[in-house]
Ligand binder design. Structure first.
Ligand code: 13P
Length: 249
């Protein structure tokens, strides 16, 4: 059985006291679940979040990291720094990193390697843009992102990988991929992994859907056989909404 995961990507939202307040609400509202529940506050609030959730089953994860172990990279954060405050999982390849900060497949491959080498778990994000889908190139784009960013890793390293398919046109737009579109792409992703590695690896990997997941659509999206949970943006910032999405898994 694959792990189910619901992760909240808070992006650049919530200062220190807002982070504490939202976590307090989540601690009381998140229902009992066998799924893994994760929250990704901004870097400066990670340490306080780890402390606040020390007796909770919720995991605190990072939104990004640099590939180097240390050195002259002003403004950057290494795997070791994250691990030294108790972070075990990092989101890499989010479409906002790709679009606004020039992170391409080659850079992401280096970040993946650095995280895996440090024994961290990676939530690897990818997904097509609207023009790719309109021109019927969405499968090709997703396949290329996976091949270039990830398919150099060894079979054994897939234990440390979670995938997050996030069609760019569905992020923060209120427009969601239909459950059928999500299922179709997730099945394609699994087939692609089976082709590059093997069926066992493809069946084991958790594949999250992200893009305007809300309490009102989570049930239907999560009911699809190849959708193993969600990476939640906007709705992760409201405790009631995030709790309802966790309940849907
Ligand atoms: P929204 O849920 O706000 O569309 O964001 C999705 C996302 O980017 C999660 O990483």
């Amino acid at each position: 059985m694959r792990n189910k995961i619901v992760a909240g990507n808070w992006k650049m939202n919530n200062n220190s006291s807002e982070t504490a307040e939202l976590l307090t609400q989540l601690i009381s509202k998140i229902p009992e679940t066998t799924a893994e529940v994760m929250v990704a506050p901004t870097f400066v609030n990670l340490a306080q979040a780890v402390k606040q959730l020390s007796t909770s089953s919720m995991e605190v994860v990072a939104q990004n990291m640099h590939f180097a172990e240390n050195g002259a990279y002003t403004g950057e954060i290494s795997a070791n720094m994250l691990q030294s405050i108790g972070i075990k999982t990092v989101i890499l390849g989010h479409s906002e990193r790709r679009a606004y900060f020039g992170e391409d497949d080659a850079l992401l491959a280096k970040k993946v390697d650095a995280a895996l080498k440090a024994n961290m778990r990676v939530i690897f994000c990818f997904g097509e843009e609207l023009q790719d889908r309109k021109s019927d190139n969405h499968f090709k784009v997703v396949e290329t992102q996976l091949k270039n960013g990830l398919f150099h890793i060894d079979k054994g390293q897939w234990k440390q990988i979670v995938l997050a398919y996030e069609p760019v046109w569905a992020i923060g737009t209120g427009e969601t991929a239909s459950p059928e579109q999500a299922q179709e792409m997730h099945a394609f992703i699994r087939k692609t992994i089976a082709g590059a590695y093997d069926q066992e690896t493809a069946e084991m990997v958790t594949i999250l859907y992200g893009g305007s997941v809300k309490p009102g659509n989570a049930n239907e999206i999560f009911s699809k056989p190849d959708v193993d949970g969600g990476l939640i943006g906007g709705a992760a910032l409201a405790a009631d909404d995030f709790a309802a999405i966790v309940a849907a898994i």
